[in-house]
Design a protein around this ligand. Structure first.
Ligand code: SAH
Ligand code: SF4
Length: 397
């Protein structure tokens, strides 16, 4: 059995991890609390019932629209109330351990979260938008054979605060919080889009992802339109309809193969929910329309899934689903068992899909020099760890 086959046949598990929503001791972090949770938290420290909703709105605006982390700067709250908030709560975001900037302007952040775990977040500037690629888990329970994150065991789910916190940290770094007194609506958005395409399977951490995206979409929160948020899933079928109903963002599916045989190997969750089951669910996706197409992601792997027959099978399979096909040239990582398809092959594949009536853009790999491209998020962390270990070893000699 090849290493690849072994990986593909690894059991599919969903670790259910319960992590504390607040530090064991000390004040509670307000970042990531839903409106209802924040309201409860404010009531618990004596905020009068009649004022609670208004206070939630005021605090959200300070935290998510203005980037304020210090209760004392919340000038529309009475001084005594600010002191009371400071005693009981904190406004905390993940800590940036390192930041790398690619030749093409892509920024990759390594962020430390509670427990000393680390996740990566990538900012990708383009002419008409700036996209933040956010992680939802430390590692991933799934074992897609072409994905570097898939070789890293799941350590834990991120909290809603840690997911929304990645957006806030990126805004800190981009310097895009409005000056005091400025209307947030007048400040151009460098960070205009969010994609849940970093480390982890967002639909195996549904509640935290939903709560964080609600904050990201709320007009008193980070206030990005729901159509500027895309959730990418490997195909967790039972959670797909909920994504439309409870989050309402755009959906991307990591499709990657046109037969169950090949998809079982590339995306092993296919053994649980196969191509037919997945497509049946997508056909019923509540928000499906031409203006809200589903994105099918398709990684181009040399001699594995990139033939003309594959392209023709793909368009047959998805017939009737308003869709766009994003072709992703495979991003290599050390020890990866695949190669990127040749440029001509990717173009021929794209033409077949395009001629069948689907947009079929070929994604330009971004941030390759800093290992920030899709599916590479792990190696830099591991490399950093290794070099720290090396340094420690050398120091000990
Ligand atoms: N777990 C989710 C989201 C994170 S992965 C999912 O699988 O959809 C984001 C995208 O990058 C997915 O489409 C994934 O299949 C793709 N990807 C993973 N590894 C890759 C690699 N080495 N090269 C190109 N794309 C990759
Ligand atoms: Fe997990 Fe997505 Fe990577 Fe598969 S492609 S291992 S689901 S992060």
């Amino acid at each position: 059995m090849s290493a690849q086959d072994q990986q593909a046949s690894a059991p599919i598990t969903q670790d259910v991890l319960t992590i504390p929503r607040k530090a064991v001791d000390g004040p509670r972090n307000l970042v990531g609390l839903t409106r209802d949770q924040l309201r409860e938290a404010l009531l618990s420290v004596g905020t009068p019932e009649k004022q609670a909703n208004m206070r939630v709105g005021q605090i959200w605006q300070w935290v998510y629209q203005k980037g304020v982390r210090d209760f004392d700067l919340m000038t529309n709250l009475a001084k005594g109330y600010r002191a009371q908030l400071s005693e009981n709560f904190v406004i905390e975001v993940p800590e940036v351990v390192s930041r790398q900037v690619s030749d093409d302007g892509t920024r990759k952040y390594l962020m430390r979260i509670a427990g000393g775990h680390e996740v990566e977040t990538v900012y990708i500037p383009e002419s008409d938008r700036g996209t933040l690629c956010v992680s939802s888990q430390v590692g991933c329970t799934l074992t897609c054979s072409f994905c570097h994150t898939g070789t890293q065991k799941l350590v834990r789910n991120l909290t809603a605060g840690e997911i929304a916190g990645q957006v806030m940290v990126a805004r800190d770094d981009l310097g895009e919080w409005p000056e005091p007194g400025a209307n947030p609506a007048d400040v151009p958005r460098l960070l205009s889009n969010v994609v849940l395409m970093g480390m982890g399977e967002p639909l195996y951490n549904f509640d935290a992802v939903r709560d964080a995206m609600k904050i990201t979409m709320d007009p008193e929160g980070i206030s990005l339109s729901r159509r500027r948020i895309t959730l990418s899933t490997s195909g967790v079928v039972p959670e797909i309809a909920r994504t439309a109903e409870e989050i309402g963002c755009l959906l991307a599916i990591s499709f990657h193969a046109t037969t169950d045989d090949v998809r079982d190997k590339l995306v092993p969750i296919n053994k649980k929910w196969n191509i037919e089951t997945l497509l049946a669910t997508l056909r019923e996706y509540p928000r499906l329309s031409n203006s809200e197409r589903i994105t099918f992601e398709y990684v181009m792997l040399k001699d594995v899934n990139d033939s003309d027959e594959d392209a023709r099978r793909l368009v047959k399979l998805i017939a009737g689903i308003p869709a766009k096909i994003n072709l992703i040239p495979f991003n290599e990582w050390p020890g990866a068992p695949y190669q990127r398809s040749d440029k001509d092959r990717i173009e021929a594949f794209s033409n077949i899909v395009y001629n069948a009536g689907y947009a079929s853009p070929i994604r330009t790999p971004r941030g390759e020099d800093i290992m920030a491209a899709c599916g590479q998020l792990k190696s830099a962390t591991e490399r950093a760890r290794k070099s720290r270990a090396q340094i420690a070893a050398e120091a000990g000699q």
